[in-house]
Design a protein around this ligand. Structure first.
Ligand SMILES: [Zn+2]
Length: 257
């Protein structure tokens, strides 16, 4: 949980795999239908949403596809989004009636909160989204739709695969070097064979800073998903056992009073 944001009455939190595995076991015991993905999602994360005090608000998620597409959620969209979540990897809203959720297992779950207008963004940023500047796009959407000013914003970045574990090849590194003048600051330990480790969190912090956020208002969990197998799922770590990788849910919302 991001404790500095609690002062604003805003919960930003990430589930752990034990909360989820418990719910999955309970679901299996109750013969829950695997065909109904939507029900399974809400059921799977019910213990987590209860634990963080967000169980009583609708959970809004996206069909994440590693795009840089940012959507604007209006409360009037609630029913249709619940039935069929739209394709996109970021969502902004000013509604405090809903919980915005991002699912990850290595990619960065990123949240922006505007303390003046109470607008907020939930963002899924893997290397493709980061390369596509999805964080900058989400903040631009907040500015355009809600009159957000960067100086009023806070950001929280949940557990993400770290530069300790995230090795990538030239197919990722070269476009980063072309896109970002500061690329070498987020590329760690390059080798002669053209591979290196990428610091996804720092890359997204750079984008938040470029938008005008203060570094003192950006809170990163500092937890690497691949380094903590008991706490988190990691796509990279578990890719050798297909079908085993789950996803954590990270959320932003306000408890109902
Ligand atoms: Zn690691």
């Amino acid at each position: 949980m991001c404790t500095p944001l609690l002062a604003f009455g805003v919960i930003v939190a990430t589930s752990t795999r034990s909360q989820q595995e418990h719910a999955a076991r309970e679901g299996a015991l109750q013969g829950e239908s695997r065909a109904d993905g939507r029900y399974r999602l809400e059921h799977m994360f019910a213990p987590f949403l209860c634990a963080v005090g967000l169980a009583h608000r609708p959970l809004i998620t996206l069909r994440q596809r590693h795009t840089h597409r940012c959507l604007v959620f209006d409360p009037a969209d609630g029913a249709s989004w619940s039935k069929s979540p739209p394709i996109g990897d970021a969502v902004v809203t000013r509604s405090k009636e809903v919980v915005l959720g991002i699912q990850t297992a290595d990619c960065a779950p990123i949240f922006i909160f505007d303390s003046r207008t109470r607008a907020r963004a939930a963002i899924h940023a893997g290397w493709r989204g980061t390369l596509g500047r999805i964080v900058e796009r989400a903040l631009a959407a907040m500015v355009a739709h809600f009159g957000t000013r960067a100086e009023d914003c806070y950001a929280a970045i949940g557990p993400t695969i770290g530069p300790c574990c995230y090795e990538v090849g030239p197919d990722v590194l070269e476009p980063f070097r072309r896109e970002f003048p500061y690329a070498e600051a987020v590329i760690v330990a390059p080798t002669a064979s053209g591979r290196a480790r990428l610091d996804l969190v720092e890359a997204n912090i750079r984008q938040l800073l470029a938008c005008g956020l203060s570094r003192a208002r950006i809170f990163a969990s500092g937890l690497c998903t691949a380094c903590h197998p008991r706490l988190f799922f990691s796509y990279r770590r578990e890719v050798m056992t297909p079908g085993r990788t789950g996803r954590m849910l990270s959320v932003i919302g306000e408890p109902s009073s």
